[in-house]
Ligand binder design. Structure first.
Ligand code: KG4
Ligand code: ZN
Length: 333
């Protein structure tokens, strides 16, 4: 039995969790800064790192409540990609604790951690698996052939899917973060009301969401210039935008899975919390589709501890010189 304390501070959630054997969550604590960043309409990096400093020890103490330090086998921490000042808080806390308690330290890639949220569902996972990682910072199609073995097939050439939700949410006057706000608003809308563009980019596995964002902006401006902003059909526009994003994500993931001979599709990242995406992916794919439970789609530390377990078993350890890498890439094949 291997117990790992995971720590996550790459963006605006301060999180710590203890996971047993990569699959069983013993504790999972997330202190969200959403309320603080809402007044700026997005994550304010300087404020985020200061908030991590305030929250990190109480969050770790809560995750360790009822557990002795001698019951742990390792400490794992996200060391990239993410905001440098935020990552530093988690990495330094993890280093201090690991050194002080005589435990091995493992630096974990945040994108890999998102994928491993799927191991916390109790489902069996079959390789090769096609992973669609969609978050505020990433939109990546990845073929995972085994634990720790990744081939990047494509990704966004401009905005990440979650970033598009956040920017369009702001355009529509919805609160931050835009993803959940658009999903709520879209519930009562007609997804076919507005014909919005889909950037297929030929046969590539890349994505582009900036044209879609501009199309929504033009519609808002048109209503505004005619003095009819109050009459903007918000729910229809939110539903049409959501349908356009989901359409491209689902179609590219489905085709990539088929062309690469994947046995399963794994959804991951904050946007994977979107119920339309989850439903459409399951309906339109011939393969089994797995998604983490909704609270494990957005940033958390249980996914970090899960990813760390499989690396720990493979003998991976980080040195005391572990540093933050804000643009860290996934290891190649
Ligand atoms: O994974 P995450 O917590 O942080 C990053 O690693 O970026 O993802 C946050 C992103 C935000 O852009 C947020 O708007 C989006 O995930 N998001 C959603 C939903 N819940 C969160 N997007 C669409 N629908 C949702 N229900
Ligand atoms: Zn994330």
């Amino acid at each position: 039995m291997v117990r790992i304390l995971g720590i996550e501070t790459s963006c605006d959630e301060t999180a710590a969790a203890v996971v047993e054997d990569g699959r069983r969550i013993l504790s999972n604590v997330v202190a969200s800064q959403i309320e603080i960043h809402r007044r700026y309409g997005g994550v304010f990096p300087e404020v985020a790192s200061r908030q991590h400093v305030l929250s990190i020890l109480p969050v770790i103490e809560e995750a360790m409540a009822g557990l002795g330090w001698d019951e742990l086998d390792a400490i794992a921490v996200t060391h990239g990609p993410g905001l440098a000042g935020s990552l530093l808080v988690g990495v330094n806390a993890a280093k201090g604790l690991a050194l002080g308690r005589g435990l091995p330290l493992l630096g974990i890639n945040h994108i890999e951690a998102h994928i491993y949220a799927n191991w916390l569902t109790g489902n069996e996972i079959a390789f090769p698996a096609l992973c669609l990682v969609v978050s505020g910072g990433h939109t990546e199609l990845i073929l995972m052939s085994d634990h720790g073995q990744y081939r990047r097939l494509g990704g966004t050439i401009d905005d990440a899917a979650g970033e598009a939700f956040d920017k369009v949410g702001r355009l529509l006057g919805l609160e931050y973060p835009g993803g959940p706000a658009i999903e709520r608003t879209a519930q009562y809308g007609d997804p076919t009301a507005f014909k919005l563009p889909r950037a297929w980019l030929g046969d590539s596995y890349d994505f582009s969401f900036s044209g879609l964002k501009t199309a929504v902006l033009r519609i808002v401006k048109k209503y505004e210039s005619q003095g009819k902003l109050q009459r903007l059909p918000l729910a229809d526009l939110a539903a049409s935008f959501q349908a356009a994003v989901v359409d491209v994500l689902v179609e590219k993931a489905r085709r990539a899975a088929q062309e690469c001979g994947a046995r399963q599709i794994l959804l991951a990242g904050g946007v994977a919390a979107n119920k339309t995406l989850r439903r459409e992916m399951a309906q339109r794919s011939a393969l089994p589709v797995l998604c983490p439970p909704i609270p494990l789609c957005t940033d958390n530390a249980a996914m970090v501890a899960s990813a760390a377990y499989f690396r720990f078993q493979a003998g991976y350890r980080s040195g005391w010189d572990l540093d933050v890498i804000p643009n860290l890439k996934l290891p190649g094949p």
